[in-house]
Structure formats: C-alpha cells, structure tokens
Design a protein around this ligand. Structure first.
Ligand code: MN
Length: 232
C-alpha cells in the first residue's frame, strides 16, 4: 500500500448534466487563435497551416457560479468565452473521421487570462504560462453529454459583463473544427478520458475588475457565470 508523505490534492471534477457521476479532469488543452476576428484584435495573423496550443493544469479548474479573487501580478485580467470539449475516450493519431467517437460531451468555458503577462511573454518569445496557467483560470460549466446534444458545429457563443454583451459570435466561425483539433492534437499526445480542450475565443475579449459579474452562453450547450472578487 502506498503511503504518501502528505495528502495529495483532491481530484478536480466537473458536474455532468443528468448524471450523478462527476467528470474527473485530467489535462486542460487550450487552442490559440481559432477565430479570425479575435486574432485580428490581438494584432496577429491566423496560422492556416496548423493550430497551436497551451496547457493549463487541472488545478486551474473552477466551477461556473464561483467567485474568484482578482489574481496576483496583473492589471489586465481578461475573459475569453470558449466552447470546451470533454474527452471520454482515448485518441492517439486519431483520423478526423473517427475523432468525435472519443468525445464525451461539451461545456461552456472561460479561459481567464492575465493579458499583460501574456503579452509581455509573447513579446519576449517566452512561454505563456504566467499569463494563462494559474489558479482558477479555467472556468467550466456543467458538462452536457454529446449523446444528448450531438456535436455542435454552429450556434451562438456570447458573453455579457454586468449585463452588457461583450462577445457575440457563432461556432461556425471556428477556424479549426472539433474533429480537426482532436486529429491534430492527438498526433502530439495520447489524449485520454478527462482531458478538456478549450477551443479558442471569438472577438471582444476585454478586462474585468473586482465586482464584475460575467455571464456566458453557447446555444445548445449551456450557460456559465463568474463573479470577480477583490484581490487577495
Ligand atoms: Mn483562449
């Protein structure tokens, strides 16, 4: 029997719509620049050759409905509303035509970002970890099984801050489709049940401050909410 030196961290797990089981989260893959209008507002061109990724640890997971403290070392804390894929099967070198077989379901997500740190890292050609991979930076709604809603390829994706619409686009604007992302990402990794893929944000990203209330939704998938608390 293994005896640990200290109690290991609790396994992050997300609620599943209509199920008593929860979804244990393994890795959180995030796609960069998957909507052309967002790439443009970030002052960069879309790479049509291949998608690119960054990773957040499972410790970044925070459930929809939470209040999170304004994070440390930033003055430009941004929301990014995204469709999230929840993997239910294994995928390695998965052909696009079979990729959806490995998807358990979908959720709404917020890829919360310390934009000032990310842009400083980008300017120095350094990794984006400080800007992207931090505690409570991956907000996730309840996961809905694909067996019930199918595999969304179109439908509105929107985010409001304090009741005012800040992001409003459509999943049909995704540059890399869900099957294309799984096929490509699975050439680099053995994707596993519990992996999440944040598929990128549309245009309209912007800063939030303590006291702000974020409400997002994706047609046919669900809704999420987040409140920003004061800095610790
Ligand atoms: Mn993002």
């Amino acid at each position: 029997m293994t005896r640990y030196l200290f109690e290991p961290p609790a396994q992050p797990a997300a609620p599943i719509d209509g199920r008593s089981e929860t979804f244990p989260i393994h890795r959180i893959f995030c796609v960069g620049r998957n909507y052309e209008a967002h790439a443009k507002e970030m002052g960069v061109a879309v790479d049509r050759e291949a998608p690119f990724y960054f990773i957040k640890g499972a410790y970044a997971y925070v459930p929809s409905g939470a209040t999170v403290p304004y994070p440390p070392r930033t003055n430009n804390y941004h929301y990014e509303m995204e469709l999230v894929v929840a993997m239910g099967g294994e995928a390695f070198r998965m052909p696009e035509a079979k990729a959806l077989d490995a998807v358990f379901g979908y959720a709404c997500g917020l890829d919360m970002t310390r934009r000032d740190l990310q842009l400083a890292e980008r300017a120095k050609q350094r990794p984006w970890d400080l800007g992207k991979n931090f505690e409570q930076a991956a907000v996730l709604s309840t996961i809905v099984p694909a067996s019930r809603i199918g595999h969304p390829t179109s439908g509105g994706i929107a985010l409001k801050v304090n009741g005012a619409t800040r992001q409003s686009s459509d999943l049909s604007q995704l540059i890399w489709s869900i099957p294309a992302l799984i096929a490509h990402l699975s050439t680099f990794y053995h994707l596993q049940p519990g992996d999440l893929i944040y598929t990128g944000t549309p245009e309209g990203v912007g800063p939030v401050v303590a006291g702000d209330r974020l409400e997002g939704g994706i047609d046919g998938v669900g809704t999420l909410a987040l409140t920003i608390g004061p800095a610790e």
